[in-house]
Design a protein around this ligand. Structure first.
Ligand code: M6R
Length: 365
C-alpha cells in the first residue's frame, strides 16, 4: 500500500508531479484557464468581488498566504488571510461582495467549517478548495474547486499543499482573465509554465542527497531558523511547520528583514539556518540577510534557483531548484523542505507518518 516506499509521507512527496497534473487536467483549454464548468459565478459576479478572504488551518493556511500574493498580483483584488480559529471569532468585515475562500484537504476541519458558515451567514459567497469529494466543505460551499491529490494518509500534508497551490493559481489566472487585469499573452505564458511544473517538481525530487546530508547535520540540534522574503517567507513557514511536526525540532520561520528587530540575538556559532532565495526582485536583500547570519556563525543551507552564482558564494551548502515564474516558485521550493523534514524525522528514528499528539483530521475545535 506504500508502493515500495518506507513511509506514506515519502510516497506522497513523490506523488506530487501526478497530483499537480491531475489538478490541472481538464481546466486548461487551448492554452487558457477555464473554470466555467466548475465555478458557477458569472462574469458579472466575479467582476463584483471587491475583497477576498482566504481562511484555513495549518498547511492549508500557508497555501492561503500564497493565495494572497497570487490574487493580488494577478487580479488586483485586496486579500486577507486568516487562520480559521481566529477568523471565526474576530468579527471580520464580510459583505455580499466579499468572496471567502476556504482551503481544506479533508474538508472536515471544524474551525474551517465554522468560518465557512460564518461567511455565508454574513451574505458572502464561499469557494471551497478541498481534496475530498462529498466532504462537508464540498457540500456546503457555494462553489467548489477540487484538488486531485488522491488520498493523503501521512499526518504531515505534502501533496495536498502543492495541489492547493495549483488550484489557487488556476483560480487567480481565471479571475485575471475575466477581470481583464492581465493580457492574453501574459496569461498564456503563465499557463504554459503551470503545465511545466510537474516536470520541475520531479527534477527537484531527484536530488535528495544534499538534503539527506543536511538532515544528518541538524538532527541533534534543538533550534534552527528558516528565513525568506515575500513568497519565500510563506514557503519557509510551511517548511518550519513540517519540520516541527515530524522531527520535534523547534524552528522559527522569519521574514528575513525582521531578523535585526530581535531574532538575530539568537544566532550563535553553529546554529543551522535554512535560507530560501527564489525571488529575483528581492534577491540582493536576501543575500545581505544571509551575510548577517553568517557573520554571527550560522551554518547556512541556501536554496537557490538553478544557474545561481551569487547565493552559492555566501552559504555553506546549497540546493538548487529549477527556475520558474516568481509566483510559481513555492511549488518547487517546498520540495527540499518537505524532504528535509522527512529525512530528519527518519534520522531521529521517529514515527514519520503519525507524529505524537496529532490527528490527520481535526474535527473538533
Ligand atoms: O484538512 P485540512 O486541510 O483542513 O487540515 C488543516 C491542517 O490541520 C493540516 O494542514 C495540518 O496543519 C497538517 N498536519 C500539516 O502538515
Amino acid at each position: 500500500e506504500k508502493g515500495g516506499y518506507e513511509h506514506f509521507m515519502l510516497k506522497e512527496i513523490h506523488e506530487q508531479p501526478k497530483a499537480i497534473r491531475d489538478t490541472l487536467a481538464g481546466r486548461i483549454k487551448e492554452g487558457i484557464v477555464d473554470l466555467s464548468q466548475e465555478i458557477s459565478l458569472t462574469a458579472e459576479e466575479l467582476n463584483g468581488i471587491d475583497r477576498i478572504h482566504f481562511v484555513a488551518c495549518g498547511t492549508a493556511y500557508h497555501a492561503g498566504l500564497i493565495g494572497k500574493a497570487v490574487v493580488e498580483r494577478l487580479a488586483r483584488i485586496p486579500v486577507e488571510v486568516d487562520v480559521a480559529s481566529e477568523y471565526r471569532y474576530r468579527n471580520p468585515i464580510i459583505t455580499p461582495s466579499t468572496l471567502v475562500v476556504v482551503v481544506s484537504q479533508s474538508g472536515e476541519t471544524a474551525d474551517t467549517l465554522a468560518a465557512l458558515r460564518e461567511a455565508q451567514k454574513a451574505g458572502a459567497k464561499v469557494l471551497g478548495i478541498t481534496n475530498v469529494v462529498g466532504s462537508s466543505v464540498a457540500r456546503e460551499a457555494d462553489e467548489v474547486l477540487m484538488t486531485w491529490a488522491g488520498p493523503e494518509i501521512a499526518v504531515a500534508s505534502t501533496k495536498a499543499y502543492t495541489s492547493q497551490l495549483i488550484a489557487i493559481y488556476l483560480f487567480g489566472l481565471y479571475l485575471a482573465r475575466i477581470r481583464g487585469t492581465r493580457s492574453e499573452a501574459q496569461l498564456k505564458e503563465a499557463t504554459e509554465e503551470l503545465l511545466r511544473l510537474p516536470e520541475k517538481v520531479d527534477n527537484a525530487l531527484s536530488d535528495a542527497d544534499t538534503i539527506k546530508q543536511f538532515a544528518e547535520q541538524i538532527k541533534n540540534h534543538d533550534n534552527l531558523f528558516f528565513i525568506g522574503r515575500g513568497l519565500d517567507h510563506a514557503v519557509v513557514m510551511e517548511g518550519s511547520l513540517k519540520l516541527k511536526e515530524i522531527s520535534y525540532i523547534h524552528s522559527e520561520a522569519y521574514a528575513a528583514g525582521e531578523l535585526k528587530h530581535g531574532t538575530l540575538a539568537l544566532i550563535e556559532e553553529g546554529i543551522p539556518v535554512i535560507a530560501l532565495a527564489t525571488q529575483q526582485d528581492i534577491f540582493d536583500k536576501m543575500v545581505s540577510n544571509i551575510i548577517e547570519v553568517k557573520a554571527r556563525g550560522a551554518h547556512v543551507l541556501g536554496l537557490a534557483q538553478d544557474g545561481d552564482t551569487e547565493l552559492t558564494k555566501s552559504v555553506d551548502e546549497v540546493f538548487t531548484i529549477p527556475q520558474t515564474l516568481p509566483l510559481f516558485t513555492p511549488v518547487v521550493a517546498v520540495i527540499p523542505l518537505q524532504l528535509l523534514a522527512y529525512y530528519t524525522s527518519v534520522a531521529r528514528g521517529l514515527n514519520v507518518d503519525k507524529p505524537r499528539n496529532l490527528a490527520k483530521s481535526v474535527t473538533v475545535e
